[in-house]
Write a protein that binds this ligand. Structure first.
Ligand SMILES: Nc1ncnc2c1ncn2[C@@H]1O[C@H](COP(=O)(O)OP(=O)(O)OP(=O)(O)O)[C@@H](O)[C@H]1O
Ligand SMILES: [Mg+2]
Length: 246
């Protein structure tokens, strides 16, 4: 049964060693874009999707993952005006913990967004490691999903991965709570999107929609969306922001 589709990949529900699993197939022609097993084989964390096995057919690379129920975008789409803050915290806190773990091991995810956060009754897991990369050198390739990409990815020839992941977490929290984007949804008009990302400060003027967020969540999102990457909190510091600190 088909359970998901990405730009190049297809994800089916299947069985592996008698257990239900998710089977992701990526055409070999697209695999220089995708090296998920290189990273997942070295990451073991309760909030990171488990890769059970990988292999290759004549046309595709095949990844076998533990199966979760749905992704956070699907959950969001089922709620017209966004998720309540307890649910946003239940999703956001584990993702921030997963980022702290990978950043301390010199890896950036580079595609944090609701569609790449998988959920089941008792689990939240960061998935889709196709853009992950080592952080020993600054990046000079502009990877990610445009709406979630940090200003420095657009404005600088090189950038560091961990602060860009933190920015994407900020966009993600905003989206999960409001079911809108902090810098608009003009993914097909990059100049307009860039302009918003460079100039807009969310919550600067408190509209009725943003006043429905608690001060804790507003302060936390504002901090994650600090434009200057050198002033943005690290994942370990972000865990002390008011929305996460419990
Ligand atoms: N282990 C899993 N359990 C349940 N659903 C999954 C699993 N893996 C992926 N999916 C579903 O398939 C979708 C696409 O998977 P994934 O993000 O890994 O593919 P992708 O090709 O990298 O996607 P994109 O290019 O859109 O980022 C997910 O958003 C999710 O809905
Ligand atoms: Mg994805």
């Amino acid at each position: 049964m088909l359970i998901g589709q990405g730009n190049t990949s297809v994800i089916y529900k299947g069985t592996y060693c008698g257990e239900e699993c998710a089977i992701k197939t990526v055409p070999i022609a697209a695999t220089q874009l995708s090296n998920e097993n290189e990273f997942l084989n070295q990451l073991q964390h309760p909030f990171i999707i488990k890769l059970l096995a990988s292999g290759q057919s004549s046309t595709d690379i095949i990844y076998i993952y533990e199966l979760l129920d749905y992704d956070a975008l699907t959950l969001l789409n089922a709620s017209k005006f966004g998720l309540n803050e307890d649910i946003v915290r239940i999703i956001g806190f584990p993702v921030c913990c997963a980022l702290k773990y990978i950043h301390s091991r010199g890896i950036a995810h580079r595609d944090v967004k609701p569609a790449n956060i998988l959920l089941s009754r008792d689990n939240v897991k960061l998935a889709d490691w196709g853009f992950a990369a080592y952080t020993d050198q600054p990046f000079n390739d502009k990877k990610g999903s445009p709406i979630y990409m940090a200003p420095e990815i657009y404005s600088q020839s090189t950038y560091h991965g961990p602060p860009a992941d933190i920015w994407a977490l900020g966009v993600t929290l905003y989206q999960l709570k409001t079911n809108t984007y902090p810098f608009g949804d003009k993914a097909d008009d990059i100049d307009e999107l860039k302009n918003e990302i460079f100039t807009v400060t969310p919550f600067l003027s408190l509209s009725s929609s943003s006043s429905s967020l608690t001060i804790d969540l507003r302060e936390t999102i504002t901090s994650l969306l600090t434009k200057d990457p050198s002033l943005r909190p690290s994942a370990s510091n972000a865990l002390y922001l008011p929305f996460f600190k419990m």
